[in-house]
Design a protein around this ligand. Sequence first.
Ligand SMILES: [Zn+2]
Length: 151
Amino acid sequence: MRYWAWFAAKLAVAGSVFWGLLLVISRIFPPEKEKNPLAPLGDGAKYLLCDLALMLWFLLAAGTLYLIVRDQRYRCRVCLRRLRMPIETGSWSRILQFGRPRIEYICLYGHGTLREDELRISGLTMAEWEPHSEDLWSELCSSGKENGVEK
Ligand SMILES: [Zn+2]
């Protein structure tokens, strides 16, 4: 819940900033009140500047949206901190032995692991978030018990 609230807050802030910028652009380039039917593009340079400003606004808005989604993707689902320590796993040359190449990110406070494919051709595979239990020592000890190390 907190994860999506933070995402919505970032979108709301960016939306209000870009809405304000759009109001500034519309104030700088007000709509024409009297249209001359003989010369509809009489002030062509003004139209060109308005179009350039709108194009720049759109590029900035699309880039900001991309950065917001990208930033949100690499945040911990519990504490919202940035995920760290990317580790490459798997191998293309030994795919049957180690699996497909993937990149794993972890939360430094042990809340979970994000696994995503190294190569995303179709874009249909989403990154997998695996939450960890609160007790780090129980997870460490259980992995030792599965391998038969602890007896
Ligand atoms: Zn965390």
